[in-house]
Design a binder for this molecule. Structure first.
Ligand code: PMP
Length: 405
């Protein structure tokens, strides 16, 4: 494989840093990925050359910023293969994208006695907004369970779906288990009963090729900051049919067509769902991250990260008393684990002092923790810039910490 890791690492200045006088080993890209110079330079270019508010200015800079911003919308459309840019809404992240759908979709289509199926392996961001909406509407959340290997029991779906089911919410990739869920199959089952599906792609978009038309997703959501782009920017893909019928999420400038005290008419898609001044800088710089991922090739990145996943899994399995949560055959670059007799916080704190950045705690996935009956765990996750040498150093550090207990 032609994967120039040295060149890739050179694009991420932060990786050259020391922390606590140790070389930084960043194994927390699933929480947020580091930013390459291409993204940082794009932010600077915008502010040094043509910053202005978009869609409303009558001057050169506002026009240029608008063109750049809308250019990124087209890049995202192509990235997920949506049919039209009207289906691409910018939000401030996956969380806001899901809240938008939970609020607007449920307002329009969900009533008392209705049901929303949510998988057991969801991030809190794909549970709580549905609970809030269900509570408002007198609807009910129904759980789609996973088994101990971290595989969704999709054979149960046929029985879980009934005439009251209004939507299914499921992650493309679990942020704890790393499982790549068969979303196309899930959507196919759901659509046989005319039930739409929202796919949480927060952990998939940086690693898995997305084709919303091929999988036939009704909604697909993700965050720029996990894709080497800025924080505070996210995307909601929604089928035009739904977005047209759903009421606006927030009111304000830009989402209207005409306003009077007698009433307001709304702007066309996608602007109907983009009230107020958006994160102009973030969206424009996100475009540079998309360009970079396209240049390297998502398949190349995925293959590289998969080799890291296999290598690290093998090494971790050699450690006595270590349990990995999530052993599905199709996994993304995420490994969550515990070591018997060692608290996950102690582990993470000591590893941090050795320069290793990872995630610990409930990982915003209490239902996954409850499944395994654990309070928390440790998670390592890979980005395009990680190496086997970093995994070796991590394993040495982990063994040192284990010896301390
Ligand atoms: N869903 C999943 C699967 C995630 O991993 C995350 C982030 N950890 C989110 C949703 C929420 O993303 P954000 O905080 O960017 O809104």
């Amino acid at each position: 494989m032609n994967y120039d890791i040295d060149k890739i690492r050179s694009w991420f200045p932060v990786l050259k840093n020391d922390v606590y006088n140790k070389p930084l080993i960043y194994l927390d890209s699933a929480a947020s990925a580091q930013k390459p110079v291409q993204v940082l330079m794009k932010e600077e270019e915008l502010h040094n050359q043509y910053y202005g508010n978009i869609h409303r200015g009558a001057h050169f800079m506002a026009d240029k910023a608008t063109n750049e911003y809308e250019g990124v919308r087209e890049k995202i459309r192509a990235f997920v293969n949506a049919a039209t840019i009207r289906e691409i809404i910018f939000t401030k992240g996956t969380t806001e994208s899901i809240n938008l759908v939970a609020s607007s979709f449920c307002e329009r289509y969900v009533g008392a006695g209705d049901e929303i199926i949510v998988s057991e392996m969801e991030h809190h961001a794909n549970i709580v907004p549905w609970q809030l909406a269900a509570e408002r509407k007198g609807a009910k959340i129904v759980k789609l369970p996973f088994n101990d290997s971290g595989i969704l029991e999709i054979e149960l779906l046929v029985d879980l779906i009934n005439e009251n089911t209004k939507l299914i919410a499921v992650a493309h990739v679990s942020n704890v288990l790393g499982t790549i869920n068969p979303v196309k199959e899930i959507i196919d089952i759901a659509h046989k009963s005319n039930v739409p599906v929202l796919v949480d792609g927060a952990q998939a978009a940086p690693h898995v090729k997305i084709d919303v038309q091929d999988i036939d997703a009704d909604f697909y959501v993700f965050s720029a900051h996990k894709m080497y782009g800025p924080n505070g920017v996210g995307v909601l893909f929604g089928k035009e049919k739904w977005l047209n019928e759903m009421p606006p999420y927030q009111g304000g400038g830009e989402m209207i067509s005409e306003v009077s005290f007698e009433g307001t008419t709304f702007n066309e898609l996608p602007y109907k769902f983009e009230a107020g001044t958006p994160h102009i800088t973030g969206v424009i710089a996100f475009g540079a991250a998309i360009d970079l991922m396209n240049e390297i090739g998502l398949d190349n990145m995925a293959a590289w990260e998969h080799s890291l996943l296999e290598y690290a899994t093998e090494k971790l399995k050699e450690i006595d008393g270590l349990r990995i949560y999530g052993e599905a055959p199709r996994k993304s670059g995420v490994i969550s684990f515990n070591i018997e007799g060692v608290h996950s916080y102690d582990l993470a704190m000591l590893l941090d002092k050795m320069g290793i950045a990872l995630r610990t705690g409930h990982l915003c996935a209490d239902t996954v923790m409850a499944h395994y009956n654990i309070p928390g765990c440790v998670r390592i996750s890979f980005g395009m810039y990680n190496t086997k040498a970093e995994i070796d150093a991590f394993i040495v550090a982990l063994n040192r910490v284990r010896m301390m207990f």
